[in-house]
Design a protein around this ligand. Structure first.
Ligand code: 5GP
Ligand code: MG
Length: 175
């Protein structure tokens, strides 16, 4: 299988800068505690590293949460395994994930964060594949790129653990 570039690194970089500016404008100020960015791993590691540094805010906290629904394949298993959320009571939480697909991951994590007493929850994803949405609670307030129903790799996203290091977002072509 060969990676074919879908979105090159320079387009990702400029879109991430734009998202950072928009999010900072929307979520700045008016709170006792700083914005808490909740980064979903493993796939979100490149995106959150860049997005966090594109947030022109004086104080931001970042926490990490491991989630998994794929078990090495290219189709969601439907069960979202996830760690317990950190302490978020009274906080404004921005959930950051690599890609919104069926919506199950964001729906599950958003529910956990709300049950843990967050004052406000927003979600930001780099990629949105609306064609495959199953759970309407899995929605994002901020989306980098809307893409068709293809399996993407690179910029943190993997196929069976490989390809996360690619700087571009790519599609795997057979052959
Ligand atoms: P959802 O729960 O919305 O179906 O899926 C979200 C998770 O599935 C994402 O966080 C991501 O880890 C994984 N995922 C969904 N689509 C893709 C894809 O095209 N490529 C990769 N590598 N992971 C995906
Ligand atoms: Mg993920």
């Amino acid at each position: 299988m060969r990676p074919r570039v879908l979105i090159p690194a320079d387009r990702i970089a400029s879109r991430v800068r734009g998202l950072g500016a928009t999010i900072a404008r929307d979520l700045a100020g008016g709170r006792d505690a700083p914005l808490l960015v909740l980064a979903l791993l493993d796939g979100g590691f490149c995106f959150v590293a860049d997005l966090a540094r594109a947030l022109p805010l004086p104080d931001v906290e970042i926490a990490f949460l491991r989630t998994s629904s794929y078990r090495g394949g290219t189709r969601s298993t439907g069960v979202v395994e996830r760690e317990p959320v950190p302490s978020v009571a009274g906080r404004c939480v921005l959930i950051v994930d690599d890609i919104l697909d069926t919506g199950r991951t964001l729906a599950a994590v958003r529910g956990d964060v709300l049950r843990a007493g967050a004052a406000a929850v927003r979600a930001c994803v780099l990629l949105d594949k609306p064609a495959r949405r199953i759970d309407a609670d899995g929605r994002a307030d901020y989306v980098g790129f809307t893409i068709p129903d293809v399996f993407v790799i690179g910029y943190g996203l993997d196929h069976a653990g490989s390809f996360r290091h690619l700087p571009d977002l790519c599609v795997l072509d057979e052959g």
